[in-house]
Design a protein around this ligand. Sequence first.
Ligand SMILES: *Cc1c(COP(=O)(O)O)cnc(C)c1O
Length: 360
Amino acid sequence: MSRVYNFSAGPSMLPEEVLKQAADEMLDYNGSGQSVMEMSHRSKVYDEIIKGAEALLREIMNIPDNYKVLFLQGGASAQFSAIPLNFMNGSGKADYVITGQWAKKAYQEAQKYGEVKAVASSADKTFSYIPKLDKSEFTPDADYFYICMNNTIYGTVYHELPDTGDVPLIADISSCFLSEPIDVSKFGMLYGGAQKNVAPAGLVIAIIREDLLGNARDITPTMLNYKIQADADSLYNTPPCYTIYICKLVLEWIKRTGGLEAMKERNEKKAKLLYDYLDESKMFRGTVVKEDRSLMNVPFVTDSEELNAKFVKEATEAGLVNLKGHRTVGGMRASIYNAMPYEGVEKLVNFMKEFEKNNS
Ligand SMILES: *Cc1c(COP(=O)(O)O)cnc(C)c1O
């Protein structure tokens, strides 16, 4: 068996220890005589899995008691509609910061439901930076203020949160979930698709301040109503059972390897290795302004389309896969999520050095 280093933006690598444990437990989970794939979501043994996953997440992220944790489906993209339906219920207004494709999609979806303002955008420079925010542009009576925390496609991240006062801050953290500690109490809602950093595809985790629940619009589809999901402990209907089980194994892995502080240290060390090389290379350069660089997604380019294509091809042959950049940026992108080992980034950087030597 030979495993590659997978730099995909998502679905992406999972920790090998987790995959092995899942394989070991595949036919008989914990003496139950069945696979988790086959279990009733209403069984006692499954209840321990979903409750256990929630308890671990609360512990690892230090989630305050006045927040609900929901396990949902429909991808991060379904929340683009669920958020206005559940929360745009006072003034009918909301503010969005446009930092890339995912923020823009969320913004466009919200426009169906109310008066939505783009308070800032970095579209002028292909989203290569996080725009400076001018508070006088904020809507004082907005029902919420929306950001995409880590911009998966463009490789930017907020190092400082917008000060929105009493207006609840909502953040899409799909591509930075569990990558470092985060102060949950600063947010009205945090959510993310699991397939980047938490589990296989099929699961969205939402963390919502309790007092914001219960005012969804009447037209809200039941499945998108966060209050209904919260009251049913995420078991209104069949949840993505197996994905939640893998999520629990990933959370156990994070806990055993030192929690989010240790995760942050490892992620910083990996990202530094790559960024330092990009800064010294004469062939490759990062596309993002230094102060807004993401720890998770690292887009980079050469000055030649031909070289970019050659690099991606040869890297693939060397077992470094899914390095092709998003079509709107071109070039390459290395997604180096939690499960990417240091050795994977080391191998990538060594490969880049060799490539630079052989092609200049
Ligand atoms: C991947 C991604 C999405 C879309 O997720 P789906 O689960 O495919 O809907 C949304 N936001 C961010 C930041 C992402 O990285």
